[in-house]
Design a protein around this ligand. Structure first.
Ligand code: CA
Length: 472
């Protein structure tokens, strides 16, 4: 493959330093998705979680501390991210969304790259459905969960016996004395590494997607990752209770967790179970981190890192007991705040951005980084300027939604309004300056009514703009 290099020289007035950046023409893309990964990572400041490989990726690139998904549920989040189109109350709504059904004219990120000369591959869970927008891929999408016709990842015999009863989805967490490759995610890493070797020989630019399945429930992982965390170090969140004055619309019954064996049909789980769920989530995060480490090491060893953009995202947040909740499916920061890390050749290392970004920004950013034209459907904004300078003034607000709840997130606030047939029926507002964990809904505080009016106005403007999608 012949690569054209060009030099962009930037002068930084501050410090009078001269920085030369080498940009790559048609860089490869390694696109890493992690299912249900909230920013529960050391590089996001977590005191216990061990994530050395993702931390290293962040150190060699740019970490977005304030990235938000646009809808906190698997299928809808991925459909929106992969088309760069915002969710509304009638598109990209459900966990099992098909992008090709909700937006049949939309082009996906990998499809756009494929049409522009890239070889595109999907391993694991990228779209929620393996057959969504099939034009995206140069090869048939591969997922061990589909190959294993039952979709069943590795389970111990104890767990298999529970599953045989057919009354639950099995244990919600499990530690097993097995190697990494026994589980699907180890197999996804192995397939991705094999593809990297093959793609290097192929010689055309590639877009290689690896979608890891953990830390989605059930929290099953090899024992060695559980052993990284002594149970006594696991603590329930300080706000393991419903926020003061939170509307009923904000709270759910975490039905996804309740479908697992031993979880009561109603009410809280026992403190022992809560601790084990958190422990299991941490174990799965470290397990995933190790798989990602293997892929990134192969990228280095093969000499591909210098001309490959690596982008890593978790498809939405998760409640690990905060607000008395488990799972995603909410308009709290715990459900919406997501990890987003990018490393692009030619840009500065070890950059930390506090800017507000959202997942619809990923598509236009990758287009600009690869020098591709942006499809007219895109509703986000390229964050390329932040790669050049993390201090550049940026978005004042980003937007998420779930169910009937529409949220606006600004530097200081997270405001949500629930609407049915255009009529507002519940609201909540959190001031992150003095309530970062969202424990006090202050929407009825008269002192703040002007602020709410302003947030609501911008929220509705964005909802109206999101309705309009144009296609080339
Ligand atoms: Ca998910």
């Amino acid at each position: 493959m012949s690569l054209k290099y060009y030099i962009k020289t930037l002068f930084f007035v501050a410090g009078y330093s001269l920085v030369a950046q080498t940009r790559i023409d048609k860089p490869n893309i390694l696109f890493i998705a992690v299912d249900d990964l909230r920013p529960e990572l050391a590089c996001y400041g977590h005191p216990i979680v061990k994530s050395p490989n993702i931390d290293k990726l962040a150190e060699t690139g740019l970490i977005f501390m304030n990235a938000y998904c646009n809808v906190p549920v698997c299928g809808a989040s991925r459909a929106s991210l992969l088309t760069g189109i915002r969710p509304t109350n009638n598109r990209f709504v459900e966990y099992n969304t098909y992008a090709k059904v909700d937006m049949p004219e939309a082009v996906s990120i990998p499809e756009h790259f494929r049409v522009n000369g890239y070889h595109t591959i999907s391993n694991g869970k990228v779209f929620h459905h393996i057959d969504d927008i099939p034009e995206s891929w140069s090869e048939n999408p591969w997922n061990p969960a589909v190959v294993a016709s039952s979709y069943l990842d590795y389970q111990t015999d104890t767990n298999l016996n529970i599953l045989k009863k057919g009354i639950s989805r099995g244990l919600p967490f499990e530690s097993a004395k097995v190697g990494d490759d026994k589980y699907f995610d180890g197999q996804i890493a192995a397939k991705t590494i094999a593809d990297l070797k093959r793609l290097k020989e192929l010689g055309t630019p590639f877009f290689l997607a690896a979608g890891f399945l953990k830390p989605h429930l059930p929290f099953n992982a090899p024992e060695k990752y559980w052993n990284m965390y002594p149970q006594e170090k696991i603590q329930l969140p300080e706000n393991y209770y419903r926020p003061e004055n939170a509307p009923d619309a904000a709270i759910h019954n975490f039905g996804e967790l309740r479908s697992y064996y031993g979880i009561p049909a109603d009410g809280p789980v026992s403190d022992d179970t809560a601790g084990k769920l958190i422990h299991g989530y941490y174990a799965c995060v470290s397990y995933i981190d190790a798989q990602i480490g293997k892929v990134l090491e192969a990228l280095d060893t093969l000499g591909l890192a210098e001309n490959t953009i690596v982008i890593l995202w978790g498809d939405h947040g998760w409640q690990l007991g905060e607000h008395s909740l488990w799972c995603k499916h909410a308009n709290f920061k715990t459900s919406l705040h997501s990890p987003l890390i990018i490393r692009a050749p030619g840009f500065k290392k070890n950059q930390i951005s506090e800017a507000l970004v959202e997942f619809v920004d990923i598509f236009p950013s990758l287009c600009e980084l690869a020098g591709l034209k942006k499809p007219s459907q895109l509703q986000g904004k390229s964050f390329l300027p932040l790669l050049e300078n993390v201090e550049v003034p940026w978005k004042e607000a980003v937007y998420s939604r779930f169910g009937l709840g529409e949220s606006i997130i600004t530097k200081n606030y997270l405001y949500t309004e629930w609407l049915k047939e255009g009529k507002s029926f519940a609201e909540m507002l959190y001031d992150h300056r003095n309530d970062p964990n969202e424990n006090h809904n202050i929407v009825n505080d008269p002192v703040i009514s002007e602020t709410i009016k302003n947030l609501k106005k911008r929220l509705h403007e964005n909802m109206n703009q999101a309705e309009n999608v144009t296609f080339n």
